[in-house]
Design a protein around this ligand. Sequence first.
Ligand SMILES: Nc1nc2c(ncn2[C@@H]2O[C@H](COP(=O)(O)OP(=O)(O)O)[C@@H](O)[C@H]2O)c(=O)[nH]1
Ligand SMILES: [Mg+2]
Length: 443
Amino acid sequence: MTIYALSSGPGISGIAVIRISGKHTAKIIKYLTGKEPPKPRIATLRKINKINTSELIDEGLILWFPGPESYTGEDMAEIQVHGSKSVVDALHSSLSEVENCRLADPGEFTKLAFQNGKINLIKAESIADLIASETEIQRQQAIKIMNGKSSDQFNFLREKLLKILSHVEAKIDFPDEDLPNDILDEIKNSSHEVIIKIKKILNDQRVGERIREGFKIAILGPTNAGKSSLMNYLSDRDVAIVSEIAGTTRDVIETHLNIDGYPVIVSDTAGIRDSRDEIEKKGIKLSLKRAEEADLKLVVIDAKSTDFSDILNGLLDENAILVINKSDLLEKDISPKIKKLNHVLISIKQNKNIEELILKIKNNLKNKFIKSDDILITRERHRQHLQQCLNHLNNFNQKKAIEDFDKAAEDLRLATRHLGMIVGKVDVEEILDSIFNDFCIGK
Ligand SMILES: Nc1nc2c(ncn2[C@@H]2O[C@H](COP(=O)(O)OP(=O)(O)O)[C@@H](O)[C@H]2O)c(=O)[nH]1
Ligand SMILES: [Mg+2]
């Protein structure tokens, strides 16, 4: 099967790039241009006709990449034409007429690259991350991992485990031979070393995932405190409805922001109060769930409020900032009970003191995103395999007696397998689809 797809972005552009991959690629170029493929990897201007006619679609550059020296490892071509919808449609329609040639699925080019051994799984994921990256810090993380930063580490640990495994298996194959003491020591030291390394990798405060997915800020508090107003202020546009009618916001509203280069997802939530309205109650439940998932909570209250519910009190932990809004309405001091809590007093209406709040948010972000070269995990998938690997290694380490060698070997095999699954060194068909489905078509 030969596949094709628009690889550049949709919409009008100066140039559009259409990729073709598969064994019919050379034949397709011939159909389209009436000529043999040009010299490999040299951009060559050709007239591109509708298939089997001499009706010109456009003039464009053809790049011919004979396999296996191509992105997918198969014969490939990239056709650069003018980036209009009609040109791209005409070319697509011609390609669809070729037998055994079809539109690519999302991520299919990269999936082929993985299946043909051109890239490993981590690299495939990081290509998706690079394409999706919106901020500088996301780009930096994706490119480092694409360059093998984490694959190298995981492969290094896996090699170590394989070496231990070979010693243990030797003991199983030749049970009468005593393993020299230094080899037993080496097994112990090596497995201990791997355990310590993995623990260190896992103990990363999930910075990699936060960078990839965005740092989650939830705006919470009672109705009418100014939560939606704050959301709109932060995002510099009207994303949420602001109204004096309590209970206006019911669904969680999300917006993606770039604060000093840090990717942030802010959610505005329904005001927390006792409500009999079923829909509002559902909204309040969602708010509390957001509060649990958030990396940082902005608990907003009205400066004139005197009571402070248990729910709100429960939200104030080290990952929360208490924001007291509507300072413009204050005639006397805020209630002493609330005043003694660490807080920022603002007025969104009069634009007062909001800079201080933003500074606090930024400092919180900076502390959570502490730059470290030790960050190797960017997805829950990595974390789970690494944790499983660690569990099996711990089991392995607990087996002491010689009779346990068989079982110990099995623990090691499972540990090695989980490390391998991160990089894609074992049969991983079942996890492939979930990874490549995240891509867009043409990648
Ligand atoms: N006086 C005053 N009113 C505000 C301030 N911030 C928001 N409001 C008003 O308070 C009401 C409720 O605001 P909203 O953002 O919808 O609150 P939410 O229910 O917490 O989302 C609206 O009428 C806003 O215009 C402020 O700083 N001072
Ligand atoms: Mg609201």
